[in-house]
Write a protein that binds this ligand. Structure first.
Ligand SMILES: Cc1cc2nc3c(=O)[nH]c(=O)nc-3n(C[C@H](O)[C@H](O)[C@H](O)COP(=O)(O)OP(=O)(O)OC[C@H]3O[C@@H](n4cnc5c(N)ncnc54)[C@H](O)[C@@H]3O)c2cc1C
Length: 381
């Protein structure tokens, strides 16, 4: 992976090389193609990451984690995104979308129950916020949780929930006070084996090894002890994780850009037209220059913002910018990569897959429009 390191420490370079070596062994190109073809979760690679201890990366040292900083984590996620977006997503749904909510909001009992299992890779998780009637407008969710003795009883539906069909537990955003908007949201941990829970995989454009799902809750009982944080205090909890989620999505998109350039470069090596190598045509060479500039812009924003977060700065505008720039550049780079390869890109496995996967970045985790709203609001407009 020949790319610049933005002042990475020796440990960060070692971590990146180590994880790339591991992924090269357990996720060979033909395995990636097979997983995508069969819409199959990357079990072996997830297990290998767990066995090598990588699932402990962001967790507090008190709970047996490595206590990684933002930049450490961005370096790691960029490497996963570069190798295969499917393993990046598999890692993040369990560790970031499941585990870190528990670390940030859970009671000591919940942390002791869940974090060791998550870090060992013994359980897998996902997060469920989006509903058919409310995506960007999270405050408008309707999934109802009614208190009944020591339990909450859940009724309603979620949609587009990544890896819900593969998860042992879901962190679910529910309405505990239906008339209170964002002040009526709570977060609970749902056991997916409980009666009344059903996840139905959907048929998406890309990211086919980590499918999204429609999820149904029909009188699902959740012990009140599985509430994360305060009842009706879920909004704050959801906002708390956003800086990290956005910077990691930006890091993943940066990694995907690097891979697209590599795939396109491999293709042009012996591709000729009109008796010349196609890179002898300036129109083609300039597309590579464009891709390189957009990739480095994505990485610059990602690592600069991660460094700000590590320094304890409020970087809400910067994380929003990093996510918009990196995910939009990812799709533009994929478009150029496909153009350079002509019909071979349209048909060929890697470029076609990278193009499809790139379309998600500007939608998931807050659309580019919503993030532009965040930036504008913070500019006091
Ligand atoms: C592959 C994939 C995986 C996903 N995984 C998960 C998951 O694991 N868990 C989960 O909870 N959700 C998940 N989602 C859902 C994702 O978070 C939502 O799709 C996203 O928040 C947008 O919501 P929406 O699709 O309902 O679009 P809407 O909110 O209906 O928006 C539609 C369009 O209107 C625009 N728009 C809406 N409001 C505004 C506004 N105020 N200003 C300007 N423009 C606006 C949007 O930008 C968008 O272009 C996933 C989605 C995808 C595609």
């Amino acid at each position: 992976m020949p790319y610049k390191t933005f002042g990475f420490t020796e440990e960060q370079i070692l971590m990146r090389d180590n994880v790339l070596g591991l992924l090269a062994r357990v996720l060979r190109p033909e395995k990636i193609a097979e997983l995508e073809e069969n819409s199959e979760y990357p079990y072996e690679a997830f297990r290998a990451l767990a066995d090598a201890g990588w699932l402990t990366l962001p967790f507090d040292e008190d709970y047996g984690g490595m206590g990684a900083g933002y930049k450490d984590f961005a370096v790691f996620i960029e490497a996963l995104g570069y190798h295969f977006p499917g393993i990046r997503t598999a890692y993040m749904t369990t560790v970031v979308y499941g585990g870190l909510y528990i670390q940030n909001l859970g009671s000591d009992t919940l942390k002791e129950e869940f974090l060791p299992k998550i870090m060992k890779g013994d359980i897998r998780m996902a997060v469920a916020m989006t509903e058919p009637q409310s995506g960007s407008d999270v405050a408008g969710i309707r999934l109802r949780a009614t208190r009944d003795g020591d339990d909450y009883v859940l009724n309603g539906q979620k949609v587009y929930i990544t890896n819900a069909h593969e998860s042992d537990y879901l962190v679910v955003a529910v309405k505990t006070d239906p008339d209170a908007g964002r002040k009526g949201i709570s977060l609970v941990i749902v056991d997916t084996t409980d009666p009344g829970f059903e996840a139905r995989p959907m048929d998406p454009l890309g990211s086919r090894s980590t499918l999204l799902n429609e999820v149904f809750f029909d009188d699902v009982r959740v012990p009140a002890s599985r509430l994360l944080g305060e009842e009706n205090g879920g909004w704050r909890g959801l906002m708390q994780g956003l800086n990290l989620e956005r910077i990691l999505i930006a890091a993943a998109a940066s990694g995907q850009c690097l891979k697209i350039i590599e795939v396109a470069k491999n293709f042009v090596e012996d591709r000729k037209a009109f008796g010349k190598r196609i890179t002898d045509f300036q129109a083609v060479a300039h597309k590579f220059a464009e891709m390189a500039m957009m990739t480095e812009t994505a990485r610059l924003h990602t690592y600069n913002t991660a460094a700000m977060l590590d320094a304890g700065e409020d970087a809400v505008i910067e994380t929003a910018m990093a996510k918009v720039i990196a995910s939009e550049n990812n799709f533009k780079v994929a478009d150029l990569g496909m153009h350079i390869m002509g019909a071979a890109g349209y048909v060929q496995g890697d470029m076609q897959r990278l193009f499809r996967d790139a379309r998600l970045g500007t939608i998931g985790g807050g659309t580019s429009d919503i993030l532009r709203n965040v930036i504008a609001q913070r500019m006091d407009l």
